[in-house]
Design a protein around this ligand. Structure first.
Ligand code: TXA
Ligand code: MG
Length: 366
């Protein structure tokens, strides 16, 4: 009789490889690249958020990306490459405006939607005739896309509809049992995803505000417009991933927008009602807004204050926002009341957009 071995359910646990964020170890990058080439799933840092990479030309690997994230197959992936020349085989043609913005802003947090060639399969593009491409700037992502020698399809490395990961720990929490490797280079810099610019429409349209500001794009393409999901359902169709519930904590989050005094009065009233019901609430906002809220409401053990940075630095807020949204769940509260950031210029536009999505449309205008 052969010995009886205990039966294990097959459970993959991702190996975590630490690298220096500026000078990553070549041997580790080579290992990650080999894993990608053999059909593996590798999470890696970009300057925006961690991505979950797969060989974009390997249909099975791409399907596993969707399965690992629990992402609907109707939501297309971004393909990451080392430079503009590597984009050429992936697209049917490159317009002058594509070359202009690419030369000015790549490598960087900008994704271009272009007409696709036959090289990229319909799994990656969710059946669309366009492909989203990006040249990342993070030294680890750059080293990996060069070493891989294949284009890398990579969505953000979070479970579907959870906040995107800005640290390797977030990736491990969401996907540690579903992927092969995590390349850990510490926190990402920008903290929010790339700007998605659709160059197949006239005028060109920003489908998702992100790391490159609308103001910067206007310097290069004066007629660029910002897509409005609420105003145009067809716009929502053009980029199916832009669902309104996205990047959300598990705890219900209500967003309060409007003038500062109106927001503070309304929040004070809501907190009062919640405490009377015996609920615990978290207030999420900037240092300045939370200081005013504390004055207006007073302290109570039922209230947790979650600071997302200072009104004086939208970049600081962007870099911390997703970790703060994950903290909402760790805080063990029944509800999160979020105070909208005041600014909407530069990266603050993307911060406002992500807070709106985190609320899944539960927005109170004061
Ligand atoms: O910063 C980023 O963009 C990160 C890092 C990893 O590069 N990636 C990222 O990927 O945020 P993901 O999959 O979470 O978001 C990609 C967005 C989705 O909203 C998707 O709908 C849109 O880009 N997208 C992808 N391909 C598209 C296409 N062909 N047409 C329109 N939108 C597209
Ligand atoms: Mg995502």
């Amino acid at each position: 009789m052969p010995p009886e071995y205990p039966k294990y359910t097959e459970r993959r646990v991702a190996e975590i490889l630490r690298v220096d964020p500026v000078h990553p170890d070549t041997a580790i990058i080579e290992r990650a690249a080999a894993c990608l080439r053999s059909g593996g799933l590798v999470a890696f840092p970009t300057e925006t958020v961690y991505g979950l990479g797969a060989d974009a030309t390997n249909t099975d690997a791409v399907r596993r990306v969707f399965a690992a994230k629990g992402r609907p197959s109707t939501d297309p992936l971004i393909v990451h490459v080392p430079d503009l020349d590597s984009v050429r085989p992936l697209v049917s043609h490159l317009t002058d405006s594509a070359v202009t913005v690419a030369r000015a802003l790549w490598p960087g947090p900008l994704t271009l939607v272009l007409p696709r060639s036959g090289l990229i399969g319909t799994e990656v593009t969710a059946g669309l005739e366009t492909v989203a491409v990006r040249v990342p700037a993070h030294p680890v992502a750059r080293a990996l896309v060069i070493a891989a020698r294949v284009p890398i399809a990579a969505p953000s490395a979070n479970l579907f509809s959870r906040p995107s990961p800005t640290r390797a720990e977030h990736v491990a929490d969401d996907l540690g049992d579903a992927i092969d490797l995590i390349v850990d280079a510490g926190a990402t810099l920008v903290g929010l995803e790339s700007t998605v610019l659709d160059l197949t429409s006239d005028p060109p349209r920003v489908l998702r505000p992100g790391g490159v500001s609308l103001e910067r794009l206007r310097e290069l393409l004066p007629n660029v417009v910002l897509r409005d999901v609420q105003a145009s359902p067809t716009d929502a169709m053009r980029s199916p991933g832009m669902l309104s519930k996205h990047y959300a904590p598990r705890t219900p989050l209500t967003l309060f927008e409007g003038n500062t005094q109106g927001v503070l009065d309304r929040i004070a009233a809501e907190v009062g009602v919640a405490i009377e019901r015996g609920e615990r609430v978290a207030l999420l906002g900037t240092h300045e807004m939370l200081a005013r809220a504390k004055q207006a409401i007073g302290a109570s053990p039922a209230i947790t204050f979650l600071e997302i940075g200072s009104d004086s630095s939208a970049a600081g807020i962007a870099s911390r926002l997703y970790a703060s949204l994950r903290d909402c769940d760790a805080a063990g509260v029944d509800r999160v009341l979020a105070l909208q950031v005041a600014d909407d210029r530069g990266i603050a536009l993307a911060v406002r957009d992500r807070l709106r999505r985190a609320s899944a449309g539960d927005i109170v205008r004061c």
